[in-house]
Design a protein around this ligand. Structure first.
Ligand code: NAD
Ligand code: TDX
Length: 332
């Protein structure tokens, strides 16, 4: 099996590459990545070069993506602009990569009759009220809030249309908030952990009552592989591990695990249009494909993530100042 992993040098894509490298030793993996500010070849360093190759290219490059898709059996598509705060500041790269880039992949998939798994987010469904007993299901209507989530929603619609109109072999997954190693320091958990490691305060948006449904990135990887191998063509599967927590709870856990008191917590400007709550009902994936998350103890997973950032200062330090300078401009 020759698998092409777009965005395989980013956070979730590189974790998937490591997962697959161990889980399917007879597969050849090609990482296809433009190495934007969020991509880092160090994330996939140390893997056997006879089993993992790398193409440095943009998914919007029609000729490059066409050639890469022609050479593989299946594509797992992670490449995206992924940060909501950036999308509120500068939406165009989100429209270009997430919509046009996905279009280019779909056209190559159609031309060469290859299998596609498209990786998306629960944010396409908008948000839930704090007291709503409901969770997102594959039937929840799309209602995205930000330029990021609307561009991901657009990409999902393109995939569905290409399945229905052209009969391409594709599946979609929508996953909740991931945490784990190799996540860029712009994102909530790594930002706070590396702030403490740099002697800076934690930056909480608003009152911190917003709820996210946390899943360890390795559980996301096992879900994607299950769908790739056993999922029904044309179907959407939601990936989540029943990890709902409000942001203040997570900040307090980070403070406690890192031995800091409340004086380290700073309330900053809220994100405009800030989604209140995400929650995933993953029963379709569990019942149909027998998938189960492995990381069900969030405190243990968070501690392991804190340890990883503590031990890998050289990995995140080069991103840190530039990221905080961007936040300073936004007043967050
Ligand atoms: P990331 O920003 O860490 O990584 C994105 C990767 O894609 C980087 O390596 C980057 O260089 C590459 N890339 C960006 N634009 C590209 C382009 N035009 N051509 C080729 N490569 C390009 O993102 P992530 O958090 O790892 O997210 C990966 C995917 O998972 C995205 O599709 C995202 O929407 C989805 N997702 C993320 C989360 C989360 O919690 N982070 C949750 C659900 C779904
Ligand atoms: O410094 C911060 N302080 C803070 O309170 C940051 C960076 C974030 N937050 C809040 C905003 C959110 O309520 O924490 C929550 C999580 O923020 P992010 O890490 O930016 O994630 P979110 O916006 O929820 O989106 C993430 O999950 C879904 C990923 O970035 C997306 O790619 C994915 O689709």
């Amino acid at each position: 099996m020759n698998i092409l992993v777009t965005g395989g040098a980013g956070f979730i894509g590189s974790n998937f590459v490591h997962y697959l490298y161990n889980a399917r030793p007879d597969w050849h993996i090609t990482v296809y990545d433009a190495l934007t500010y969020a991509g880092n070849k160090a994330n996939i360093a140390g893997l056997d070069a006879s089993r993992v190759s790398f193409i440095h290219a943009n998914i919007c490059d029609e000729a490059a993506i066409d050639a890469a898709v022609a050479d593989c059996d299946v594509v797992v598509h992670y490449a995206a602009e992924s940060h909501n705060d950036n999308s509120l500041h500068s939406p165009w790269p989100f429209v270009e990569t997430n919509i046009i880039g996905t279009y280019r992949i779909l056209e190559a998939i159609r031309k060469h009759s290859k299998r596609l798994h498209h990786v998306s987010t629960d944010e396409v469904y908008g948000d839930l009220e704090l007291d709503d007993p409901a969770k997102f299901t594959p039937d929840t209507p799309y209602n995205p809030s930000s330029p990021y989530s609307s561009s991901k929603a657009a990409s999902d619609h393109l995939v569905r249309a290409w399945v229905r109109s052209f009969g391409i072999q594709a599946t979609i997954s929508n996953c909740s908030n991931n945490y784990g190693p190799y996540q860029h320091v712009e994102k909530m958990i790594p930002r706070q952990v590396t702030n403490i490691l740099s002697g800076q305060k934690l930056k909480l948006y608003g009152a911190g009552e917003n709820v996210r449904d946390w899943i360890h990135t390795e559980d996301h990887s096992s879900g994607v592989l299950a769908i790739l191998e056993k999922g029904r063509i044309g179907e959407t599967y939601l990936i989540g591990a029943d990890g709902e927590k409000n942001n203040l709870e997570v900040f307090n856990m980070i403070l406690r695990l890192m031995g800091k008191d409340q004086s380290w917590l700073e309330h900053v400007n809220d994100r405009p249009g800030h989604d209140m709550r995400y929650a995933i009902d993953s029963s379709k994936l569990r019942q149909e494909l027998g998938w189960e998350p492995k990381y069900t103890d969030f405190t243990a997973g968070l501690q392991a993530t804190i340890d990883w950032y503590t031990e890998n200062q050289a990995w995140w330090q080069p991103q840190k100042d530039e990221t905080e300078a961007k936040y300073q401009e936004l007043g967050r």
